[in-house]
Design a protein around this ligand. Structure first.
Ligand code: GLU
Length: 507
């Protein structure tokens, strides 16, 4: 029987979740769901020096906003709890000891001064950053250079130590990545990474392997920036005797800056004029906007992300989450970096705004009107207005200017634009129009248009010349759907009153 697919998203709570992180979560989620599997959120907080208060909650909130809820997580619990690595601290040491015993890891007692002296001694033009590796390890103070008794004696008196992996020499570590296919690393280029720190906490390298194993993870998705760490993890899987249970790896392509020059980083967002976070993120450096608060729909945000590195092989660009689950195909994820295109992201948002149904309008648009204290009259009216203007809104807050005049008469009126071509004929036309609206029994856009056009023909004025003044009378400015739709929607009395008011101003 094949194993249940279990994917994990394993962020470190070190700050706001960058959109690349959300894409990793999304791909991981899609893969799990399309295989009827489980999607796990694990918080990798072993590096206490980089821990940021609120970051875990922020990760939860982001996944909730996106609608990609984990099946197991610190907040939700699950069969493999705890899901926070700091709470699993006690579990890791036994595996470190197993590695020491099998000769694949060792205790290192070097002090910061020893390490500094090693770096100074080996630093050269060709080696600007000397590492603790096979070339130097036998000159250092560790359980490889000390006798067993000396090591035990140091441990007995609680000497500070770290545990390091003993990187083999002259080996090629090869594995198959779901996106990159066969990938190989020369172990001579790798250092003896720390597995357990002096505070007893495992490093990410040990914890990620142990937890992926203990949590039965079958597929591990992460960003390409983790590829250099992969050989360390592959070796640990092998040394711990778990090779047959190793997850399938997928190192997702980088998300690049819009000009293709390098990775889009957390710091880029505000500088490039668009957010890099799903939701607003605040820390000691200030507040960075998120797609949520600038007025993106989660569906549009996810659609933008899924297309960064994937397509379904057709021209289809719009995918709902349900469709993504159906059509997502790891075989079609490219390995090349994907340039981020904010204009395209806005286009997705506009497309998704056009597709919004009543429930979504109520969820995402109504609160904006409440914040502005706009009386939306009744729900049917509100929904009909939103239907009418939604194709003009690229971001949700644009509903306010696009729809406000349906609920309240405009305060600012662009009189100058009317005055430019105003004359007595037009004045007579509008005066007669409002005096004769009784002739339009059913105040529909079609009937208003028909009556308006007939009256214009009768008065020998071009309809085109009358629509701009009419628009400014009703809207205050030069935008919106057709004037007849607007008039019909705001009603006969309100239309008359707005026209009358402007006629009064024009004199
Ligand atoms: N904890 C790593 C991070 O912060 C995750 C790497 C992995 O998924 O293996 O992104």
């Amino acid at each position: 029987m094949s194993k249940i697919v279990r994917t994990r998203f394993a962020p470190s709570p070190t700050g706001g979740l960058h959109l690349g992180g959300v894409r990793t979560a999304l791909f991981s989620y899609l893969y799990a769901k399309q295989h009827n599997g489980q999607f796990v959120l694990r918080i990798e907080d072993t590096d206490q020096t980089r821990f940021v208060e609120g970051a875990e909650q922020y990760i939860n909130d982001t996944l909730t906003w996106c609608g990609i809820e984990p099946d197991e997580s610190p907040a939700k619990g699950g069969q493999f709890a705890p899901y926070r690595q700091s709470e699993r601290k006690e579990m890791y040491m036994q595996y470190a000891l197993q590695l020491i015993k099998s000769g694949n890891a060792y205790y290192a007692f070097d002090t910061p001064e020893d390490l500094e002296a090693m770096r100074n001694a080996h630093r050269s033009e060709t080696n600007p950053n000397p590492q603790y590796d096979a070339k130097v390890r036998m000159t250092m103070k560790n359980s490889l250079t000390l006798s067993a008794q000396e090591t035990t004696a140091l441990l007995d008196v609680n000497t500070r130590y770290v545990v390091r992996i003993k990187m083999p020499e002259n080996e090629l570590v090869t594995f198959t990545d779901m996106i990159r296919h066969e990938v190989s690393f020369d172990t001579n280029l790798l250092d003896d990474k720390v597995l357990v720190k002096a505070d007893g906490m495992p490093t990410y390298h040990l914890a990620v392997v142990v937890d992926d194993y203990l949590m039965n993870i079958t597929h591990a998705f992460r960003g390409e920036e983790w590829l250099p760490s992969a050989p360390i993890h592959i070796l640990l899987w092998k040394y711990l005797g778990w090779e047959n249970d190793m997850p399938n790896w997928a190192h997702l392509p980088l998300i690049l800056k819009p000009d293709g020059n390098g990775k889009l980083s957390k710091r880029d967002g505000e500088r490039l004029g668009f957010p890099v976070f799903a939701k607003k993120w605040t820390d000691i450096n200030g507040t960075a906007r998120g797609y949520d608060d600038i007025g993106f729909l989660p569906s549009a945000f996810l659609n933008t992300l899924v297309m960064l590195g994937w397509n379904d092989g057709t021209d289809q660009e719009i995918f709902s989450l349900a469709e993504m689950i159906k059509k997502f195909d790891m075989g079609r994820v490219h390995k090349g970096g994907a340039k981020y295109d904010y204009e395209k992201a806005k286009w997705y948002n506009q497309e998704w705004i056009k597709k919004m149904d009543a429930a979504q309008i109520n969820e995402f648009v109504k609160p904006l009107f409440a914040t502005e204290n706009i009386d939306i009259k009744n729900e049917d009216y509100f929904l009909a207005v939103c239907e009418l203007v939604k194709e003009r809104c690229g971001l949700l807050p644009e509903f306010i200017p696009q729809a406000r005049y349906f609920f309240e008469a405009p305060i600012a009126i662009d009189i100058d634009s009317i005055k430019l071509k105003w004359n007595d004929d037009k004045k007579n036309f509008f005066t007669e129009f409002i005096a004769s609206t009784d002739k339009i029994s059913d105040w529909s856009a079609e009937n208003i248009e028909e009556y308006f056009k007939n009256l214009a023909t009768e008065k020998n004025i071009k309809v085109g010349e009358l629509q701009l003044p009419m628009r400014i009378m009703l809207v205050g400015a030069k935008y919106g759907p057709t004037v007849f739709q607007i008039a019909s929607r705001i009603g006969k009395e309100e239309s008359k009153s707005r026209i009358e008011k402007v006629l009064g101003i024009l004199g």
